[in-house]
Design a binder for this molecule. Structure first.
Ligand code: G3P
Length: 227
């Protein structure tokens, strides 16, 4: 199951990538504009931070299929490493996903709110779909259930498309999605950090250290030398 950072903040990505088992980075227009930097240099900076092996997801902004294809080809040409183009599941978007599949350009179908739009995107050739868990919840839907339904449909019909669940506001949603059978989660840096946060951890570690120091008086990297 993949853990992907949903951010375009190069510094936060650098820090998280140093400590956590990160598989890639997703961006979208809202995330990009927050950084107030030129588009392509920002993506190149992110690529430099995560290296050439990890997946980088970039969203197309055009409306018409042919324009989406043009944007996608430009972005994939300008960036090194594995790049996936995020395409919204409009009718033009589905057409673009089909055209991009023929050209060998990898895509992720985004703005997914229903299992059936995910199904259509997968049939069109999307490599990933990104159901918007929190946005579905906010519309009084059940985001986790939508993720679970999509994974069941893909499994039942042997569709090779992966579910990269997106739009999270808390760790509980991430926990539920991990149980749902999704292939990955993409979340803000703060939420990924939140996966390991628990007040008991720091106090447990402190207690272990105090008891150790009482007996041995020092912390050594060579444990045998203090015995
Ligand atoms: O990439 C899609 C995702 O970032 C949307 O998340 O938090 O804006 O609902 P959010």
């Amino acid at each position: 199951m993949k853990i992907v950072i949903d951010s375009a903040n190069a510094e936060k990505i650098r820090q998280l990538n140093k400590y956590f088992p990160i598989d890639g980075v997703t961006t979208n227009p809202s995330i990009i504009v927050k950084e107030k930097k030129p588009f392509l240099p920002l993506l190149q900076e992110i690529r430099g931070v995560i290296g050439d092996e990890k997946e980088l997801f970039v969203q197309a902004v055009a409306d018409e299929a042919e324009e989406i294809v043009e944007e996608a080809c430009g972005i994939t040409k300008a960036l090194a490493g594995p790049v996936l183009i995020k395409v919204p599941v409009t009718a033009e978007g589905i057409k673009a996903i089909k055209l991009l599949k023929e050209k060998g350009v990898r895509t992720l179908a985004t703005t997914v709110y229903t299992p059936m739009s995910a199904f259509v995107a997968a049939k069109a050739g999307a490599e990933y779909v990104a159901p918007y868990v929190n946005r579905i919840d906010n519309l009084t839907g059940n985001g986790v259930q939508v993720v679970e339904d999509i994974t069941r449909i893909f499994t039942a019909h042997r569709l090779p498309c992966k579910v990269l669940a997106a739009s999270f506001k808390n760790v509980q949603q991430l926990h539920q999605v991990c149980l749902s059978g999704a292939h990955g989660i993409t979340a803000a840096p703060e939420l990924i950090q939140g996966l390991i946060e628990h007040p008991s951890v720091a106090s447990d570690v402190q207690k272990f250290k105090e008891e150790w120091m009482e007996q041995y008086g020092k912390v050594s990297t060579d444990l045998l030398s203090v015995l």
